[in-house]
Design a protein around this ligand. Sequence first.
Ligand code: NAD
Length: 379
Amino acid sequence: MVDQILDAFKEVKAEIKERNYDQKLKVGIIGTGWIAEAHVSAYKKCPDVEIVALADLIPGKAEAFCERYDVGKVQFFPSHKELIDSGLCDAVSVCTYNATHAECTIYALEHNVSVLLEKPMCVTLDEAVAICKAEKNSDAVLSIGFQPRFDENMKMLKKVVQSGELGKIYYIQTGGGRRRGIPTPFGTSFIRKETAGIGALGDIGCYSLDMVLNSIGYPKPLTVSGYKSDFFGKAPEYEHSDVFSVDDFAAGFIRLEGGIILDFRIAWAMNLDTPGDTIIMGTKGSVRVPSTECWNGSIGGPLVIYHEIAGEQIETVIPEKDNSENCFDIKIRSFCDAVKEHDEAPVPCREILYNQAIIDGISRSAELGREIAIEIPEI
Ligand SMILES: NC(=O)c1ccc[n+]([C@@H]2O[C@H](COP(=O)([O-])OP(=O)(O)OC[C@H]3O[C@@H](n4cnc5c(N)ncnc54)[C@H](O)[C@@H]3O)[C@@H](O)[C@H]2O)c1
């Protein structure tokens, strides 16, 4: 019986795309900080991609980056504007801190340059709406950089939910966290309001939200009651407490279209191992996604389905899928394919708009100290 259930979720191998490797895609990287290296490494694995330009606001940073990661022969620019204006690029990776995601992305789209935008999409809902409008008016492709979308286990989670085996979904608990894990990889851009805009809520919260919202088909968020705190970032013993100006913990209770409740919490630091597994509860079955101790969008063990078969309460364990192909590489490759084929973006902004609306709603509700309605303008 269990085998039959697992068979229902067997994958149909996607056909491998025929690619035209002679037609080279010219790519630029905007922002040459920590994550830019992963973009360069993945682009280098694409024989039909040429990195032609790098931009960074900090003088000399792009040049040093180019040398350190052996990017090759490129042109350097002092900001996203000069890079886009140069007309050298068909596409760009926006690898800047969150606060400049919107301006860089909108400028590129207005010039019909395709964009792979790092997560979170931006800081506010207003920015997300402006990005979606720019995408609508552009011939270019915009994809948002959620590499966990390409994780085989995440795909399986979506397949389980979409199969209808769980019945009607009515309650979701999600989130994640680290006991101690405020990120300061190469400086403090993640923890300053002027560069990051949002803390754990945006940085890792966006992954939890995408995991569950993507599996249930991204219903519209309607209302939210949110909470944020900064007890760890502002603790006097924390070495960067003087500049810490975002949240290190956030929680929200969100009503989604279709009568679904979403209970969410996220932490960069807490006195706990994990704030709990992700669970998606349905009228015929529920699924549990074990959490990890360092939440960054990967699962902590096999998915378990709790359901009833022949009157018996059964647990079906879905063996963990092998992720031998690097999800980050697939994120970059699928973006390049979409640009070259003028295809739908692998992770479209119209979905992530709802992710950003929840993040923005939690922030605003927390500041107001009450539940608020989430109003998303027509794009
Ligand atoms: N997908 C992932 O796994 C992952 C991992 C880490 C970070 N990120 C995301 O990547 C983004 C960047 O993170 P990071 O750690 O590399 O940040 P960072 O602070 O190390 O680097 C950002 C760089 O962008 C530059 N910059 C800002 N605005 C610019 C502009 N208008 N034009 C040109 N350069 C500009 C800054 O000078 C800085 O050097 C963040 O949004 C973060 O959330 C994603």
